[in-house]
Write a protein that binds this ligand. Sequence first.
Ligand SMILES: C[S@@+](CC[C@H](N)C(=O)[O-])C[C@H]1O[C@@H](n2cnc3c(N)ncnc32)[C@H](O)[C@@H]1O
Length: 293
Amino acid sequence: MHPRCVPLFSCRATCQGSTEVDRRGEARRAMTIDNVTQRPAGGSESARVYDYFIGGDSGLEADRSAGAWIRLQAPDLLAAMQENRFFLSRAVRWLSRQGVDQFIDIGSGFPVSPNTHEIALSASPSGSVVYCDVDHAVGQRTRALIAGTKGADFVQADIQNPEELLAQPAIQKLIRSGRPVACVLAAVLHFVPEDADPEGITAVLRESLPSGSYLVVSHIAGDIPWADRNNAETLERAFEDMYPRTRAQVTEFFGDFELVAPGVVPAARWQPAEGMSGEQSDLAIYAGVGRKA
Ligand SMILES: C[S@@+](CC[C@H](N)C(=O)[O-])C[C@H]1O[C@@H](n2cnc3c(N)ncnc32)[C@H](O)[C@@H]1O
């Protein structure tokens, strides 16, 4: 196992490559418990644990067990991931209403409906959505889902190498159109460590976008306390390979883009749907949308 493949909620980006099959097998072997009230012993993957949280079915047994364990021990983490997904859908709908019909969804994760292309292309059938994720398995599932869907594509790339990512022909095609593009970074930047320069990465992405484009960011918060019902040790383990950031740090990712109201806020507070209870308002995940002048 890769040394950074820590238990429970490790970052997929750190351990892809030729050991994929071995590593999957290892995760299966290591996960011996069948009672989620005990702490799981094996490693799991961010994309798959997250997929479990938002109702998908892409995980291995190890990932489902890790997800179930986290749900019991830290229910607000599950709720925060669900709020993130609701935010993503609202943001894509909002952008579609602004007339944006080109989306680059980076760190897109395993597909779970409603996916970005389902929302964007139903609003604008001639639009384009390019999904991008570092995880090969995410690519396989996404490509299978979008096969034959005009306007939807997937590229496997690492956000930590933004120049290479932006050079992908499918992405270049959108950027070179000169028309606004929405660059979606939902729940991915918190997997980028400080020494990989997330501010620099987002600056390169922002710079590449045509005028009138948008940046969408959601990010685990480092300055919103978790309620006592969440087990501190479980949260600590869940975040071993994640980098929660403050509201000010998340706001920095927008650079000189103008923040759309209400700015960078807990995800449930970003343009909540009418009738939303607001109960989940202060879960520790920030969200925002910014526009390039
Ligand atoms: C928590 S999921 C978010 C999925 C989706 N964006 C959402 O908000 O519902 C994070 C995704 O980011 C991907 N990811 C992690 N590090 C990445 C990197 N360096 N480059 C690209 N994708 C990455 C993971 O593989 C995973 O699919």
